[in-house]
Unconditional design. Sequence first.
Length: 382
Amino acid sequence: MQLDLDSFTLDSLRLDSLRVDSLRADSLRADSASIAADSSVVDATRGAGALATEAERAADAVTEGQFSEAGGIIADALGEFVLTSLLPALVVASIFWVILRVTQRVLRGALGRSSRIDAGVQQLLLRLARVVVIAFATVTVVDQLGINITAFVAGLGIAGIAIGFAAQDTVQNLIAGVTILLDRPFQVGDNIELHDTFGTVEEITLRTTRVRTLDNQMAILPNASVISNKIMNHSMLRALRIIVPFGIAYKESPEAARQAVLSLTQGDGRLHPDYDSQAVVTGLGDSSVDMELRLHLRDPKLEVPIKLEYQEKVFEALRQADIEIPFPHLQLFIDEARAFQNSRLLGPGSEPTPQDQPLPGSAPPPPSRTSSDLEDERSSER
């Protein structure tokens, strides 16, 4: 019986030893995996990796009480990092900065001499060139500092996916901005009408479109909403028609009104020479003959001031030609106005008409009371 107990104790000790060995093996695997992960991100032989390795050595020296040796290790590591990694990285960054400046200047000059590329596409190309140069500069500087580019780019890709899900609206606006710049439904300087907003396009960015309204306010519209709704471009065809509505009385002649308003357009160089001005009848209203003066402009940017100017000119021309411009009238008819008999409203000495006579069998109307009767009643009450 004693032998069996000793055998059982030895077996349990062996199992405990195996468990300890397995735990050590797991710890070694975890450490090796951590070291492999660290080495996949940072190169331990140069740059930031070598500096981190020397920092660990200095920390070990400090724990052993060798402070002077730890200081020497840190000083040597910093000096080598500055000479072999930091200074070359700064030189590379300076070179790319010069390349960026030269590229921007060359592109701006080349695009400025081209009449086929509008301002929005020019801005997109300049920004794209800037992003490309900065991306190459970042990759080169990071590699010079001893960081593994492959792991760095993979990390940026994962971060980009996460940011894309978190900023879906921004990404949608960016894609819509590229679509606007390539499809060109409008350009910088065009007068457009969008979402009850009318104004001049001042700038097209990758995220928004900025429109200056007639009140000199800047409307900033997201590109996603701009591209998904109806856009009225008043400047695309370069020959914009404006309409000045007016009305004349039924007794007036439309031909006389036509001659009066068309005479205003003679000699106006702002009107397009390829289109004749017209004054046409568009409808028969409740109290007027509805007409329109139709003009075509040479420069669509003058739409608002010319329309306001001709509205006033049409009014003055019709008034000088003695052509009546009607306006709504209200006429009131009162039947059996018995309460106003013998009053100032019906005039002095007015007699009731036969229609106002009381019906047979009905009570006669009360006698009218004058101001003297009211004074007598007040004195009697006192």
